[in-house]
Design a protein around this ligand. Structure first.
Ligand SMILES: Nc1ncnc2c1ncn2[C@@H]1O[C@H](COP(=O)(O)OP(=O)(O)O)[C@@H](O)[C@H]1O
Ligand SMILES: O=C(CO)[C@H](O)[C@H](O)COP(=O)(O)O
Length: 552
């Protein structure tokens, strides 16, 4: 969709964002305005419970579809740079860069172990038992969603069919920049956040030897990356003729070292000029801001000048998102996915779908207006006085770092109607917001000082999700002018690689813009404080239940 009336014949950049469910691309100008947007779904396989796989060829093909769409009808000479971000999934290729199966079935299409795959539980437990010093830089505990346990799983389970044939293990963002340029250099972002690389000290041989992956040390890390570049750095000679043809872009334009999707979202929102919005963070350093990227999962990105060690919160990571700053990354493994799961699994879902379709609304917009109808004259959040949810249906990423935790719901009745579905949906949204409050409290206890949320991602399109985060954390939320801020982050990378901006910080301040600000309803604080008490008790009780069941 081209915007009209703008007289801006200047340079522009293409950002490509590979999320869990779809690939998006945007054409973005130097002011951070999105001139065109396209989206294309990608295939996911779940061959067994907790196994999640994708295909790098399918994903690349989707990147080509969306990129071609956003540059249609544009004077191609205006396009100066290309940036990618993606989920932190593990891509496996053989020595000739062909896909290798990551599954027992030997299906070559499925050569990606997705970030949310939990197959490597035993491997991550053993890695954590080593208590190796690199673990201090991932919140004290490695997550099953990171790459080391997945690599160990491949070695232990698919030795002949995958491990021994493998020539290249890429984080998905780095796979994309390699596809575009032929350069195998990795981004500091992916290696630091998911692979235990240190921006200051490089790889730690003793870690890989201790966990049984000494293979990487022996060949000087050539399979997982021994050339590392900061996000936004320009790669090789830019876009190769082959990739240019596939993407519909000019040969040789600058291609940037990539970012993980949450980090691109962080770049897209955290640097905005907030002057005149009445926000407490105005005039304060960027460290008072928390970027929350809310899609299938939510990621809570807080930065600091020096390293802050927050138990159960990933990091501190140096220069992984913004050069020169340390980053802590809190997270909830499933947020959008949990809301979808709860709503779609309810017996009244077909009725909801039909009613929403009749009004040409999304099911969420319908549910939000239904809640407004049934709340009568009380605040909508008060509908869940006796319905409470613990949201860790896929384990807890932060701040408990406990993948064994499960979801809980208390307050169920025999009701099966739309009211029941709407209230359960509300309680789930609130539980996710309480989870964010829990993460912020852990970050603050360790030394962060945060007062404003910067929200982006698919869930930030849901006004109920935003209002609940604001009311429950007591902090205002800034929503960007461009809803798809993650794509602005990817375009910022392309802009930096092109040399049009002297630094990531400069590009960030110029290209991220405030859209809307949402303030908390302080009068509801007492109610939410009580619900938060219940929230914290739920997990204590869950732990008591498992202790009882595990007694001899
Ligand atoms: N218009 C909308 N209103 C409410 N929720 C939405 C809307 N669009 C997407 N979502 C939610 O956002 C989630 C996906 O967010 P998205 O950022 O697209 O995910 P990802 O980057 O992981 O592919 C979905 O699970 C859904 O719950
Ligand atoms: O671990 C992460 C970032 O470090 C993300 O959770 C993962 O990349 C998936 O992102 P999304 O929910 O946007 O699909």
């Amino acid at each position: 969709i081209m915007s009209d009336g703008e007289q801006e014949p200047g340079s522009c950049y293409v950002g490509v964002d590979v999320g869990t469910g779809s690939v998006r691309a945007a054409l973005v100008d130097q002011r951070g305005m999105m001139l065109a947007f396209a989206e294309h779904p990608i295939t996911k396989w779940e061959p067994q419970f907790n196994y999640h796989e994708q295909s790098s060829e399918d994903i690349w093909a989707a990147c080509c579809v969306v990129t071609k769409k956003v540059v249609q009808g544009i004077d191609l000479s205006r396009i100066r740079g290309l940036g990618f971000d993606a989920t932190c999934s593990l891509v496996v290729l053989d020595k000739q860069f062909r896909p290798l199966p990551v599954n027992y079935e030997g299906d070559f299409h499925r050569n990606i172990i997705m970030w949310l795959d939990h197959r490597a539980i035993s491997q991550v437990q053993r890695i954590n038992e080593t208590k190796h010093s690199v673990l201090q830089y991932v919140g004290g505990m490695m997550s099953v969603e990171m790459q080391a346990p997945k690599l160990l799983w491949l070695k232990e389970n698919l030795r002949e069919t995958c491990w021994e044939k493998a020539g290249h293990f890429f984080d998905l963002p780095d796979f994309l920049s390699w596809k575009a340029t032929g350069v195998t250099a990795r981004s500091l972002c992916s290696l630091v956040c998911k692979w235990t690389y240190s921006a200051e000290k490089g790889w730690d041989d003793s870690f890989w030897k201790m966990i049984g992956l000494e293979d990487f040390v022996a060949d000087n890390y050539s399979k997982i990356g021994n050339q590392v570049l900061p996000p936004g750095a320009s790669l090789g000679s830019g876009l190769t003729p082959e990739a240019a043809k596939e993407l519909g872009l000019p040969v040789g334009i600058a291609v940037a070292a990539s970012l993980i999707d949450a980090h691109a979202g962080g770049l897209g929102v955290i640097g905005a000029d907030v002057t005149g919005h009445g926000l407490i963070c105005e005039g304060q350093p960027m460290t008072s801001r928390l970027a929350v990227i809310c899609g299938t999962s939510s990621c809570h990105m807080g930065i600091s000048r020096g390293p802050i060690f927050v138990p159960g919160v990933w990091g501190p990571y140096f220069s992984a998102m913004i050069p020169g700053f340390w980053l802590n990354e809190g997270g909830q493994s499933v947020t959008g996915k949990l809301i979808d799961h709860v709503v779609q699994g309810h017996v009244a879902f077909p009725e909801l779908q039909a009613k929403a379709a009749a009004r040409c609304q999304s099911v969420y917009a319908y549910l939000n207006s239904h809640l407004d109808l049934i709340k009568k004259d009380q605040p909508v959040g008060f509908l869940t006085v006796d319905l409470h949810v613990w949201p860790d249906f896929h384990g807890n990423r932060s701040p408990l770092a406990d993948l064994t935790l499960k979801g809980m719901v208390t307050g169920l009745t025999l009701s099966q109607d739309l009211d029941d579905l709407a209230i359960l949906y509300l309680a789930t949204v609130q539980a996710l917001a309480f989870g964010t409050r829990f993460i912020i409290e852990a970050m603050e206890a360790a030394g962060h000082s945060i007062n404003t949320l910067f929200l982006c991602g698919g869930l930030s399109k849901n006004p109920l999700f935003v209002q609940m985060h604001v009311d429950i954390t007591g902090m205002p939320a800034v929503l960007s002018q461009e809803v798809e801020s993650v794509l602005v982050g990817a375009a910022i990378l392309g802009a930096c690689a092109s040399g049009d901006f002297p630094s990531v910080q400069e590009a960030m301040t110029r290209m991220s813009k405030v859209g809307k600000v949402v303030f908390p309803r302080h009068e509801d604080k007492k109610y939410y404080d009580k619900k938060y008490q219940v929230f914290r008790k739920l997990v204590e009780h869950q732990k008591e239940y498992s202790a009882i069941m595990n007694e001899d």
